[in-house]
Design a binder for this molecule. Structure first.
Ligand code: DGL
Length: 261
């Protein structure tokens, strides 16, 4: 069984890619909806949540965990790996700085991220490692994940906020925009029209799924189950699947259960 978790609904974008790549795998998705968003919380708090959830999923029988959250990966993936037995593999999600740099013609990219990811040493290191002479603008997007959590992000006020964030990046010559938070994949319909052929979005969900395929190995006893767990409002997690356009996941999922963690 593969365990995938996030602060809330954002990691469903990664789960969808994994489910597509591994149609027979048994999957469990845990949304920490009682504590969403993580992006405005201190690193110590996020690390505590990641350890609690990681241990819970490992004890439930997951032999591969996917931290489907850039913020949680940034704050806590190393600590999680240190606390789990080596028999449990851990895959994280980090902003796609490397693919964006490789494909940028303008040699100027931007990373949209939560405040916690934007300020992190880990993102600074990622940029230092992969950017070379390419300019990287980090754009913190406070509150954006919460808009996705409402399942109705398409409001005039939020559209204006997105435009105010993207327009200066385009004016500065950015030609790749990295979605550095798994929630932002669900804002693609709002962001893409603003790019108008001048820049492309970069998302790493498919690359994460390929890494999961490599690590998960033999699973012929799996039966394509998908269990949904949430630390609050489990019925909302179930309802989010069709609302976010994740119809294949909706067909595969059982009803969602509350877990008190
Ligand atoms: N989906 C998460 C990420 O990839 C976290 C969003 C949040 O909880 O602030 O960063």
């Amino acid at each position: 069984m593969i365990g995938v978790f996030d602060s809330g609904l954002g990691g469903l974008s990664v789960l969808a890619a994994i489910a597509h790549a591994l149609p027979r795998a048994d999957l469990v998705y845990l949304a920490d909806s009682a504590h969403v968003p993580y992006g405005d919380k201190p690193d110590g708090f996020i690390t505590g949540r990641v350890l609690t959830i990681g241990h819970y999923l490992a004890d439930a029988g997951c032999r591969l965990l996917v931290v489907a959250c850039n913020t949680a990966t940034t704050a806590a993936i190393q600590t999680l790996r240190n606390h789990l037995p080596p028999s449990v593999s851990v895959v994280g999600v980090e902003p796609g700085v490397k693919p964006a740099v490789q494909s940028s013609v303008a040699r100027h990219i931007a990373v949209l991220a939560t405040e916690a990811t934007a300020r992190s040493q880990r993102l600074a290191h990622l940029i230092q490692t992969h950017a070379g002479t390419t300019r990287v603008d980090i754009a913190p997007c406070p509150g954006w994940a919460t808009h996705v959590e409402t399942l109705q992000p398409d409001t005039p006020a939020f559209r204006a906020e997105i435009t105010a964030k993207i327009a200066p990046l385009l004016a500065a010559g950015v030609d790749r925009v990295v979605l550095g938070c798994t929630h932002y994949a669900f804002l693609t319909p709002l962001i893409n029209p603003l790019l108008a052929g001048r820049a492309e979005l970069v998302d790493v969900a498919a690359a994460v799924a390929r890494q999961v395929v490599r690590l998960y190995g033999d699973h012929h006893e799996d039966q394509a189950r998908l269990n949904l767990l949430s630390t609050a409002y489990p019925e909302r997690l179930r309802a989010a699947l069709p609302a976010l356009g994740l119809h294949a996941l909706a067909e595969r999922a059982s009803s969602a259960k509350l877990v008190n963690l």
